[in-house]
Write a new protein. Structure first.
Length: 161
């Protein structure tokens, strides 16, 4: 059985080595994986770091008063994706209130559906897709439309992807 603390300290050491520009063999040794697998992990860290920087930039531009269109041009994504990036950054920073605080005025059925999906904040709700909600047992088009309508009254919407 793998010791979680040992695994986590290996992950932290590997990430520290990666940030310092260490060779892939050193990172693989810290992770206790083959160099090919270590390369995959490093590429994933790189993509995550880039996505985080783009989200932070989109958020800062929105705070400065730029429109979704202007932000989408600067960070070279669609307007919907720019909006999603900003929401995820607000969620990461804890700037979105819980669903109960926003008062979406949903029926009990719709509220329970969001609970079953683990949507605790408005960002969680906005990150859901129509397909995700419709796949949930007992949720049909009527419940979905209720959620969409409640979000739109607050100037929010579900993600498109």
């Amino acid at each position: 059985m793998i010791d979680f603390e040992e695994w986590r300290s290996g992950q932290e050491e590997a990430k520290r080595l990666w940030l310092a520009g260490a060779p892939i063999k050193s990172i693989a040794a810290a992770l206790k994986v083959a160099p090919g697998r270590a390369s995959e992990i490093c590429r994933q860290w790189e993509r995550t770091a880039l996505r985080d920087r783009i989200s932070q930039a989109a958020f800062l531009l929105s705070e400065a008063g730029f429109s979704f269109h202007e932000i989408s041009v600067v960070v070279q994504v669609s307007e919907d994706h720019a909006e999603s990036l900003i929401l995820s950054e607000k969620k990461r920073r804890g700037l979105l209130p819980p669903v109960e605080d926003v008062d979406l005025e949903l029926s009990i059925k719709a509220s329970k559906a969001l609970d079953r999906l683990g949507a605790k904040t408005t960002a969680d709700v906005c990150e859901l897709t129509e397909a995700t909600i419709l796949r949930l047992d007992g949720c049909g088009r009527k419940t979905l439309n209720e959620i969409i309508t409640a979000l739109s009254k607050k100037g929010l919407r579900l993600t498109n992807y």
